[in-house]
Ligand binder design. Structure first.
Ligand SMILES: NC(=O)c1ccc[n+]([C@@H]2O[C@H](COP(=O)([O-])OP(=O)(O)OC[C@H]3O[C@@H](n4cnc5c(N)ncnc54)[C@H](OP(=O)(O)O)[C@@H]3O)[C@@H](O)[C@H]2O)c1
Length: 489
């Protein structure tokens, strides 16, 4: 086995977190920063600077940071945490006031001991605040030769194709494309990038992944939790923008794109965009099911007449030469029976399945969450003289045994190193909006109650119409929900 190289941040940096008072910062960014410090992956010189409108002192910011780590981690290394806290600072200001940015830049210069460093502006604010920050960062030049600025923007980029293009236009006015890191944190998950590696490394997956053999593909992004207090974010976005437009379509690209000969970032982005460009929803009325969980309207901060969907099931088609005619089904939702992210590839029936309708198809299951595993469903002879079959399932968990990090930690190291391979490009984002925009238009906000929005019970598998969607084509959802105990890990 080759020696494992553990990636470290190799240059001094300042990480500016816009919206440092919010939920993404608390739940994802702070723990990722602590993880990098604990694993000794930070450079000697770095600063983390929070910026938001909420008034806070450095001490209060450090105390919030510490609380969020202690809430998440069972065993905290207090020495590491104390050293980290010394590198934390906070500046309060508005997002749309130029003077506040002039003041912020002055404060930054005091905080940063050395000039030669990468500056990273992380957008941990809701999309409506993006425009002001882009503009002011550009006008009050935070980007200098000695302190090159990189902008990190979380998905969803925009609200639809039109708004995404507008945002891009503003960005391009002030920044070069190499400075922009469009982040979908699923691409930082070891399990998701492994999808592509599995296909590169295993002829069984390379050869069989073709319309000649595959009857249908199912992609699941199920959540047991509801919106977890993120009403401000979620009610504006909904599950289609939150999960389908980004995470699930990205998983589909890794699963179905041509594997380019050259594994360059450009070649991979190009093939991903080709897949996305080829996806369409044929009949928006019959191929989309939208749902809302029963207690959604009782969640704090959710308007009583909200028509935001918390569940979606869709049927997609691809014009891509490898996949023409193979239906792709996606299901995503909140407050469901179990957390489960998985891909199921079902194969066309062979003679035994054609003869006996109750025999299951051959399948490959690639489970990404709650833990990674790969499973193969085959048919094997029942035994005795009859030529009869039963199902044989063989599989095992996949362990990360190399350079393992959580997604935000991994992506932060890539940003510091200037490595853009795991980030999206505008072409992919625009193509994904083209797929989902027609669904958003189905349900105009002006309607009192969307006819198509189906109410479903919490702890279920969504509305019954989702089953009809796939069963009408002669298939069924293949749920292989893991048992709650993890003794098989
Ligand atoms: N939370 C997640 O798990 C998650 C996952 C994927 C992507 N994202 C993306 O990450 C970004 C941040 O999400 P979040 O959940 O952290 O958001 P959030 O908690 O609602 O907002 C973060 C901070 O932004 C400021 N803010 C809130 N509403 C604002 C408004 N209308 N205009 C200007 N500023 C506002 C607030 O800080 P001040 O009032 O102190 O300024 C707030 O603390 C969003 O772009 C979201 O799409 C989040």
């Amino acid at each position: 086995m080759n020696e494992i190289i553990f990636k470290k941040a190799n240059s001094p940096f300042t990480l500016i977190i816009f919206g440092a008072s919010g939920s993404l910062a608390r739940l994802k960014l702070f723990p990722a920063i602590y993880e990098l410090a604990k694993e000794n992956r930070m450079p000697a010189e770095y600063k983390i600077v929070g910026y938001a409108r909420t008034p806070m002192t450095n001490e209060e910011f450090r105390s919030n940071f510490e609380k969020s780590i202690k809430k998440k981690e069972k065993h905290v290394d207090q020495k590491v945490l104390n050293q980290l806290l010394e590198n934390l600072f906070y500046v309060a200001g508005q997002y749309d006031q130029e003077d506040d940015y002039i003041n912020f830049r002055k404060e930054l210069k005091k905080i940063e001991k050395t000039r030669n460093r990468v500056r990273i502006a992380y957008f941990s604010v809701p999309p409506m605040a993006f425009k002001s920050i882009f503009k002011n960062l550009g006008i009050v030049n935070f980007n200098t030769k000695k302190t090159p600025l990189r902008l990190v923007i979380e998905k969803p980029f925009g609200y639809d194709l039109r708004s995404a293009k507008k945002l891009q236009k503003i960005l391009k006015k002030y920044f070069e494309s190499e400075q922009i890191y469009l982040l979908d944190h699923y691409l930082g998950k070891e399990a998701v990038s492994n999808l592509l590696s599995l296909r590169y490394a295993n002829p069984i997956l390379t050869t069989l992944m073709d319309k000649k053999y595959v009857s249908n593909i199912q992609i699941f992004g199920l959540e047991k939790s509801g919106i977890e207090g993120r009403s401000n974010y979620f009610d504006h976005v909904g599950i289609i923008r939150d999960m389908v437009q980004s995470h699930l379509l990205q998983i589909l690209t890794y699963l179905t794109m041509y594997l380019p000969e050259q594994e360059t970032d450009e070649a991979i982005h190009h093939e991903k965009a080709r897949v996305l460009d080829s996806i369409r929803i044929k009949n928006i009325k019959t191929d989309v099911v939208r749902g809302q969980y029963k207690k959604y309207l009782d969640e704090p901060g959710i308007p009583k007449d909200s028509q935001t969907e918390t569940f979606a099931a869709l049927k997609l088609e691809m014009k891509h030469p490898l996949w023409r005619g193979v239906p792709i089904y996606m299901m995503a939702g909140k407050a469901l029976k179990q957390k489960w992210t998985a891909v199921v590839i079902e194969f066309k029936p062979r003679k035994p399945q054609k003869n006996r309708k109750n025999l299951p198809p051959n399948r490959i299951l690639i489970q990404l969450q709650p833990y990674e595993k790969i499973e193969l469903s085959l048919l094997t002879k029942l035994g005795g003289k009859t030529f009869d079959f039963h199902e044989l399932t063989t599989g095992r968990p996949i362990y990360c045994s190399g350079d393992c990090l959580t997604e935000h930690g991994r992506l932060l190291l890539d940003i510091i190193a200037g490595d853009r391979g795991l980030f999206l490009n505008f072409e992919e984002i625009f193509a994904a909006w083209v797929v989902t925009d027609p669904i958003q238009k189905m349900c105009s906000k002006k309607q009192k109650r969307c006819k198509d929005l189906l109410i479903y019970d919490e702890d279920s598998l969504g509305p019954k119409a989702a089953d009809d969607l796939i069963e009408n084509d002669g298939f069924s959802w293949f749920y292989s929900l893991p048992k709650n105990d993890k003794s098989n890990l």
